[in-house]
Design a protein around this ligand. Sequence first.
Ligand code: ADP
Length: 401
Amino acid sequence: MEGLSRKPGILIVEDRKENIYAIRKILEKLDVELIIAETGNEALRHCLNNDFAAIIMDVGLPDMDGFEVARLLYGEERTRHFPIIFVTATHFDDYHKFKGYKVGALDYITKPIVKPILLGKLQVLLELYQKRMEIGALLGEMEDKNKKLAGEIERRKLVEEELRQTAEDLERSNRELEQFAYVASHDLLEPLRKVKSFTVLLSERCGEKLDEKGARYAGYIVEGAGRMEDLIMDLLKYSRVRSGSVSMVRTSMKEVLDQAISELEAVVRDSAAEITADDLPEINANPTQMRQLLENLIGNAIKYRGDEAPKVRLAAERQTGNWLFRVSDNGIGIDPEHHDRIFTIFHRLHSQEKYSGTGIGLAICKKIVESHNGKIWVESAPGKGSSFCFSLPDGEEEGVE
Ligand code: ADP
């Protein structure tokens, strides 16, 4: 409130000194800021910049009557709610006419002014003013909070947008990498197969011209090329597992298991492995990738066997919104310190001589499970067998037929 202290302001609009004195005297005990205006214009000027808890206005002013001042104040949004107490001797009729069509707090007292009456009316107006101030402060606080909240929402939107952008970039660069790995592996295979087949041809056709060392070296070339071929083939498989946007259909895990076992027929037979399974559910998944997943996990369960014939079991457990699958074996087991690392590409725990492999199989499994919005992990200890677990959303709430 410009020009006034923080005390509530009361405007006295009165041209006669003795009346001003009388009103001042009546109000002297109130903790208020008194402003005096001797004309209607002066009163209007004060009201331009100040907020008043009450205006005590003489009806008969030198330049215009008090009702005119009130009319002008009520015409302005900022001043229309200033409460006015008219001080009148003879204008009761005018007052009632005026009150009939004007809004706002209006009241009157008659001359001579009776102290308790004026004080009583002012008391009510001061309390109203106090409440108005408190509500104003609360509204101000709320407005500040709203502004802060709006700022915070804006900031979060920006962060979300940045995250979305980063995810998009990552997705794109993954695709490019997959594409690159695919093309590179594909193009590498051809010359490699040439190296291998011509070395085989060389050994066969010119075998008698090679001495024992030469024949051994040719063997190394064929073996190395074969190994490299496995590696490239696995890399190709890895790059073909599309992360995101794989086509999903209702997939019978029982059928997927049968296909995986038939792919592994030779190793199952050679190792005399026993493969059993629970009742397996239908889930929303990509059947090719599911077959690849089970083939890798069951293939490993057989490969990393101990002294006994491999026993592999596929269990399925219903959880809220998920199916938890578990491929358990009675094999050599894995030290817990390697449980996370074995899922990264090329991470192997054994030499080629002991267990052949490329170190890509579990990385493919992880990629498949994650592209289905699932999780994969292992529970195992050396000598205690391993359980490779993966959980997949059952997709039933997505309404897949
Ligand atoms: P690879 O079998 O070609 O080496 P994987 O990515 O399939 O590659 O497996 C990574 C490593 O995890 C393996 O080298 C092996 O040490 C370990 N591993 C995987 N499956 C099993 C299992 N069922 N039992 C014991 N060790 C396993």
